[in-house]
Write a protein that binds this ligand. Structure first.
Ligand code: ATP
Ligand code: MG
Length: 417
C-alpha cells in the first residue's frame, strides 16, 4: 500500500510532463489571445461554498466530495470543480466593481470521489474559463469559440459541439411540472437517487447514468420546448453568433450538465475516440450563481475542460506532441583540469540559455559518451588535457556524427547556431 498511489489518482511522470506543458502553454496562449487572465484559488474551500454553488441535488455534493474537518473544526472540501471558487474569489475581491466583463481562466487540480475508469479519476485536472458581468450571447459564443479553437488547435479532429438551453428558473418550473407528470407512472422504477431527484430537481434525472433511468426518460418532455421568450431569443442569438463565427454545432436537447447552477446556454464538446467518458469540455451560463453565493446579481458563463481526457483524445487522434531534447549539449571531460574547464563552460552556456549537462557519476570517457547518447543530447563537447593545451575543442553532432573543431572563445557562438 505504501508504494501504491491512492485509487483513482495518477502520477504525472517525467516522460509525460512535456505533454502537459504543451497543452498548458497552448491553453494560456489562447486565453491571452481572447483576453482571459489567469486566476489561482486554493485547493480547498469551505464545504458550504460547494453545497451552495454546485447544488445540494448534484452527484458531486451528494456523494463525490472529499470533505473533512480541519483542526479548527471547520468543514473543508477539496475543490471538486473550478467555477464556485472563482465566483467566491470574484465576490471577495470585488471584481464586480471593476470594469466588466471580467474574463478569467484557470488550470487546476480537482477532486471527486468517483468510480475510477479511463478518463475518470478521483484526482484530475481541469482548464477552465469564466466571463462575468454580461447577459449578451456574444459572451457565450466567445466561450464556446475559445474551446473550439483550442481543441482544434490541439489537433483533435474527432470532436462534436453540442448545445442546448436549460432555460431560466421561470421556464424551468413549467418543464419541471411536465417532467414530473411524465415520470409519475414510472416513479417506482427509478433508481433511489432519481427518486430523490424527482422531488428536488427532476431535470437531473435526464442526466442519470443508470441504464434503467435512461430508458425511463426516453421521450420525456425537453427543456427546449418550454423556453420562455427571453430564453428562446437568447438561444437564437447564440446560434446566430456561432454561425457568424463559422462554428459547427448540433442541438442536443438532452444536455443537462452535472451542476445545478446552469441557466440558458449549456454545451459540451464530445468525442467518440476515448470510450464512454467522451465529454472533454462542458460548460454553460450561470446567471444566478454569483448572487447565490452572496455577491451582487451578476451573470456568468464558462466551461471546464478535463486535461486527462484532452490528452487521451489527442493520443487517440494520433497527435504527436514534440518531445523536447533532454540536453542541447553534453560536455565530456577527461581529467581534473578538464573538469574545471568544463564546469566553467557549463555555467556560461546555461547563462546563454543552452541546456547543458556534465557527468556527475564519475564515469569514464566511454561511458560519458554512452550516457550522452542515452539522454539524447544533441551535441557533445570534448575537453581533455590535449584540447586544453591546443585550445581546440571538438563539437560533435550526435545525430549526424559531424564534427567541428573550434577554440574555446568560439564554443558558445558555435553551439548557439
Ligand atoms: P461527466 O459527465 O463526464 O461526469 P461532468 O459533467 O461531471 O462530466 P464537469 O463537472 O462539467 O464534468 O467537468 C468538466 C470536465 O472535467 C469534463 O467535461 C471532463 O472533461 C472533466 N472531468 C470531470 N470529472 C472528471 C473526472 N472524474 N476525471 C477526469 N476528468 C473529469
Ligand atoms: Mg461527473
Amino acid at each position: 500500500m505504501l508504494t501504491n498511489a491512492p485509487k483513482g489518482t495518477k502520477d504525472m511522470m517525467p516522460d509525460q510532463a512535456y505533454k502537459w506543458h504543451y497543452v498548458e502553454k497552448a491553453f494560456a496562449e489562447i486565453c491571452r489571445l481572447y483576453g482571459f487572465k489567469e486566476i489561482k484559488t486554493p485547493v480547498f474551500e469551505h464545504t458550504e461554498l460547494f453545497q451552495r454553488g454546485v447544488g445540494d441535488t448534484t452527484d458531486i455534493v451528494q456523494k463525490e466530495m472529499y470533505t473533512f474537518q480541519d483542526y479548527g473544526k471547520r468543514s473543508i472540501t477539496l475543490r471538486p470543480e473550478g467555477t464556485s471558487p472563482v465566483v467566491r474569489s470574484y465576490i471577495e475581491h470585488k471584481l464586480y466593481a471593476g470594469v466588466q466583463p471580467t474574463k478569467l481562466y484557470y488550470n487546476i487540480p480537482c477532486f471527486r470521489y468517483e468510480k475510477p475508469q479511463s478518463g475518470r479519476l478521483r484526482a484530475f485536472h481541469q482548464f477552465g474559463i469564466e466571463t462575468f458581468g454580461t447577459m449578451d450571447m456574444m459572451a457565450d459564443a466567445e466561450i464556446i469559440s475559445l474551446g473550439n479553437d483550442f481543441l482544434k488547435g490541439m489537433g483533435i479532429t474527432d470532436i462534436e459541439l453540442r448545445i442546448n438551453s436549460v432555460g431560466c428558473p421561470e421556464c424551468r418550473e413549467k418543464h419541471r411540472a411536465a417532467l414530473r407528470e411524465f415520470l409519475k407512472p414510472k416513479y417506482d422504477e427509478l433508481c433511489d437517487t432519481c427518486k430523490d431527484r424527482y422531488e428536488r430537481n427532476p431535470m437531473r434525472i435526464l442526466d442519470c447514468k443508470s441504464p434503467i433511468c435512461q430508458e425511463l426518460v426516453a421521450g420525456a418532455p425537453m427543456m427546449l420546448d418550454y423556453l420562455c421568450d427571453d430564453c428562446s431569443q437568447a438561444f437564437e442569438d447564440l446560434k446566430t453568433n456561432l454561425e457568424a463565427m463559422g462554428i459547427e454545432y448540433t442541438i442536443d436537447p438532452g444536455i443537462v450538465r452535472g451542476l445545478d447552477y446552469y441557466t440558458k446556454t449549456a454545451f459540451e464538446f464530445v468525442t467518440n475516440s476515448i470510450g464512454a467518458q467522451g465529454t472533454v469540455c462542458g460548460g454553460g451560463r450561470y446567471d444566478h450563481l454569483v448572487e447565490e453565493i452572496g455577491g451582487p446579481a451578476t451573470p456568468g458563463v464558462g466551461f471546464g475542460l478535463g486535461k486527462e481526457r484532452l490528452l487521451l483524445t489527442m493520443e487517440a487522434c494520433g497527435v504527436e506532441i514534440p518531445k523536447p531534447a533532454a540536453a542541447d549539449v553534453f560536455i565530456v571531460v577527461m581529467g581534473e583540469k578538464a573538469k574545471a574547464a568544463g564546469l566553467k563552460l557549463m555555467r556560461q552556456l546555461r547563462q546563454e540559455g543552452i541546456a547543458v549537462q556534465m557527468d556527475i557519476m564519475g564515469r569514464n570517457v566511454k561511458n560519458q559518451f554512452k550516457y550522452a547518447n542515452r539522454i539524447e543530447a544533441k551535441k557533445t563537447v570534448v575537453i581533455g588535457e590535449d584540447e586544453l593545451e591546443k585550445n581546440q575543442f571538438a563539437i560533435k553532432d550526435m545525430a549526424t556524427s559531424e564534427q567541428v573543431t573550434v577554440p574555446m572563445e568560439k564554443i558558445i557562438e558555435e553551439l548557439k547556431k
